[in-house]
Design a protein around this ligand. Structure first.
Ligand code: 3HC
Ligand code: NAI
Length: 699
């Protein structure tokens, strides 16, 4: 049973005990109704307190049960809340730390609520593509007022209990406890105080109206529409709260129920629930137990104060960790520091950072030209030129000066981390930390595990990633790691699409309509087309069997490297990022087609999207087979956090699962007929073929 039942004096205490956050899964719900029955049957009990053990009152419905019959198995949450409301003896919710979703809905069903200060209160269902489905949209507006309740429901953001207690006329909290420590004692005293009160107060009986009625809801609907674009849930939240303000309680409850059930089956909600789990799963490494001892990281050194070194340093300064940056020349250090200053000053100007915080962060940054000044750092991250000889020189120096046990990390994007580790006498301390540009902004961090990287190093860097607010995903050592290995195939398809009849604009528009932040050609212009060119030149000798379109090479031969040269697949006006189609580029593509003897064909948006997305999926399946990623959901996180894959589609693997792997394989077999690409790429990866045959999914 995931609850505890105790009687203290003449008060029964039901404690939710379902770690980590007292999710209201089946056994917890059963424990609650059993506890209520027991308390009501016991004549010695005068009132009942419901509270939560550990670090939450309750985090809400058990997300892991969603989609399974258990979620609705009686007693479901609605039935539990009804049983609480109908209890003949008063029920007091003693709320602390976290009171969210179904947890708050449960509390709203209680006759009284006492809260500890500092408790995070929220109806975060919208973040899972849902709306509160156990009366939250009907009771919270009655307890708090329509506007504050709608704001909480539409945003899903937590509000501190003491802030809510200050809202004029609020009926959410009957009492604030003086501290979390004294909450239970104060709740017991309060339960004794109200034990004899009859009739028992119910939130459902409170009035609910908005003085501006229709006009307010129209305004709310317009606001939400602008913000929620591809997500249906926020708009439905407005509908449900409007029902609370305009209909009888029971009618509003029925409206909420219908909207909730419909949202539960939307691909958007499935994607968001998948991401919630995937994000948490990414931080777990199968063979590195959660209790692996970790190394203390209280200071960091960064080698190279260029584009990446500066951004990486900012992450640590933001988290309050002192940083020492090392360069070869004073001017390079000065430039690096000036860029960091400029970035912070822009934040101060926009009101995103307070002046004193900015100064505090800069005071934690020091610079040096001497490796000897790094000897006490707990971790060093190298971000120098991408040349193996330069890396070798740097890592030999680091091996010489760094204290024993220091973590030696490289931000290399293409080089072999095992080779870099071999330049030291301590390969167990070496790991890849592949940040994405701009490193102070992008959420993704690929943690590259070398063959010899120690488990405690892995455990430590995963914690460090959390501290600097990155989503870390573990990758094995291979060319391009997870993200760039996949993007190469996506880029290759983009090239063939041009040769077969598309313009860059057509390809970009199709995939942007699908939801990508940027199509492959706009992305190439942003990153620099010369980077892909350099990689292809290597591939022509390394992998002669892999076919590439030569169109991108022709573009680079014209010096059209992208935004940095003012011209790439598109033209750019200085200081602006708008991509302007260029007739010469289109002509260049057409002429190359003629040379290849290809008659252009009209290619549908559907084919463009399938070829780009399924190329990611097929390579990802191989990445899983090779053990480079340990789970499909990690690959989804890489693409969602680092490559602009649409959130509401849940990542490439989740998307493929939703389309159905059988259908994905059928499309690949069609694409395999393409005479331009005879490199067998479209043969479905064995893992994908197997899952498709067995009717299974990646996740
Ligand atoms: N159900 C099941 N497990 C949950 C959960 C929930 N509602 N909320 C969190 N967890 C689990 C996480 O999966 C994680 O598990 P793990 O240790 O195995 O990885 C663990 O709790 C800790 O989670 P976090 O890493 O997120 O811990 P934090 O301390 O950073 O945050 C939290 C705690 C604020 C509760 C955060 O987890 C959170 O926001 N949870 C989601 C809450 C939510 O969305 N509730 C609404 C559910 S839907 C609902 O109630 C429907 C109803 O209206 C009918
Ligand atoms: P950059 O050219 O902007 O900066 C490199 C800096 O390292 C320069 O300031 C240079 O003076 C300094 N440097 C060179 N040799 C040095 C040495 N021996 N000792 C000390 N400092 C030295 O390069 P950028 O873009 O910051 O890249 C750095 C690393 O990060 C590379 O390995 C790159 O592959 C990787 N990376 C780059 C990304 C990007 O988008 N720019 C993304 C992810 C990784």
């Amino acid at each position: 049973m995931s609850t505890e039942y105790k009687v203290q004096g003449d008060i029964a205490v039901i404690t939710l005990n379902n770690p980590p956050v007292n999710g209201l899964g089946f056994t917890t719900r059963l424990g609650l109704t059993d506890g209520l029955s027991q308390a009501n049957a016991d004549s010695a009990v005068k009132a009942i307190v419901i509270t939560g053990a550990g670090k939450a009152f309750s985090g809400g419905a058990d997300i892991k049960e969603f989609g399974s019959p258990k979620a609705m198995q009686e007693p479901n949450l609605l039935s539990v809340i009804l049983a609480v409301e109908n209890s003949p003896k008063p029920v007091v919710a003693a709320i602390h730390t976290v009171c969210m979703g179904g947890g708050l809905e449960l509390a709203l069903g209680c006759h009284y609520r006492i809260a500890a200060p500092g408790c995070s209160v929220a109806l975060p269902e919208v973040k899972l593509g849902l709306l509160p489905g156990a009366g939250g949209t009907q009771r919270l507006p009655r307890a708090l007022g329509v506007e504050p309740a709608l704001n909480m429901i539409v945003s899903g953001e937590p509000v501190k209990s003491e802030m809510l207690a200050m809202l004029p006329g609020q009926k959410l909290f009957d009492k604030m406890a003086s501290s979390a420590d004294s909450l239970l004692a104060e709740a017991l005293a309060y339960a004794a105080e109200v034990a004899a009160v009859r009739p028992l107060p119910l939130v459902r009986n409170l009035p609910c109206k908005h003085p501006q009625g229709d006009a307010y809801f129209q305004f709310a609907r317009n606001m939400v529409k602008g913000m929620s674009k591809n997500f249906p849930a926020p708009g439905k939240c407005v509908d449900a709260v409007e029902a609370a303000a305009k209909q009888k309680f029971e009618v509003g409850m029925a409206t909420e129920r219908e909207l909730f059930i419909n949202l539960m089956w939307t691909p958007e909600s499935k994607a968001l629930r998948h991401i919630f789990m995937a994000e948490r799963a990414a931080s777990k490494i199968p063979d590195v137990p959660a209790d692996t001892p970790q190394r203390a990281i209280n200071s960091v050194a960064v080698i190279g104060a260029g584009t990446m070194g500066g951004g990486i340093s900012m992450n640590f300064l933001n988290a309050g960790v002192p940083v020492t940056m090392l360069e070869m020349k004073q001017e390079a250090l000065d430039r690096g520091v000036a860029t960091i200053r400029k970035n912070y000053e822009a934040q101060v100007k926009k009101g995103k950072l307070k002046q004193d915080k900015y100064e505090q962060r800069m005071s934690m940054l020091s610079t040096t030209l001497s490796y000897d000044d790094l000897k006490d750092a707990d971790m060093v991250i190298e971000a120098v030129f991408e040349e193996i000889g330069v890396k070798e020189a740097v890592f030999k120096e680091l091996d010489r000066v760094m204290k024993p046990g220091a973590i030696l990390a490289s931000n290399t994007s293409t080089l072999d981390v095992d080779k870099i580790a071999s330049f030291t006498k301590r390969p167990q301390d070496v790991v890849g930390l592949h940040f994405f540009s701009p490193a102070n902004v992008m959420k993704l961090l690929e943690v590259v595990r070398g063959a010899k990287t120690a488990k405690d190093v892995m455990a430590t860097v995963m914690t460090v990633a959390k501290k600097i607010k990155k989503t870390a995903v573990v990758s094995g050592v291979c060319d391009g790691f997870i993200g760039n290995r996949m993007i190469e195939q996506y880029g290759r398809q983009g090239g063939f699409l041009l040769d077969e009849g598309c313009t860059p604009e057509q390809v970009d528009k199709a995939i942007e309509k699908f939801g990508f932040a940027m199509g492959p050609f706009r992305m190439g212009d942003l990153a620099g087309n010369d980077i892909g060119w350099a990689i292809r030149k290597r591939r022509y000798t390394e992998k002669p069997d892999m076919k590439y379109s030569k169109t991108a090479d022709l573009l680079c031969e014209k010096g059209r490297f992208g935004q940095k040269t003012g011209a790439g697949w598109y033209d750019y006006v200085a200081g602006k990022r708008d991509a302007i189609p260029n007739a010469e580029v289109v002509k260049m593509i057409e002429e190359h087609r003629k040379v290849l003897g290809i008659a252009p064909r009209k290619i549908s948006d559907e084919e463009i999207v399938q070829r780009l997305v399924y190329s990611l999926v097929n390579e990802a399946a191989r990445i899983l087979e090779d053990g480079i990623a340990s789970k499909a959901s990690d690959i989804d996180m890489v693409y969602l956090m680092g490559y602009g894959f649409p959130i509401y589609r849940g990542g490439p693997m989740n998307y493929a699962d939703q389309v159905g792997l059988f259908n994905v394989v059928q499309s690949m077999k069609r694409f395999a007929q393409n005479p331009l690409d005879d490199s067998k790429f479209w043969q479905p990866a064995p893992l994908l073929a197997k899952l498709a045959t067995e009717g299974k999914t990646f996740n």
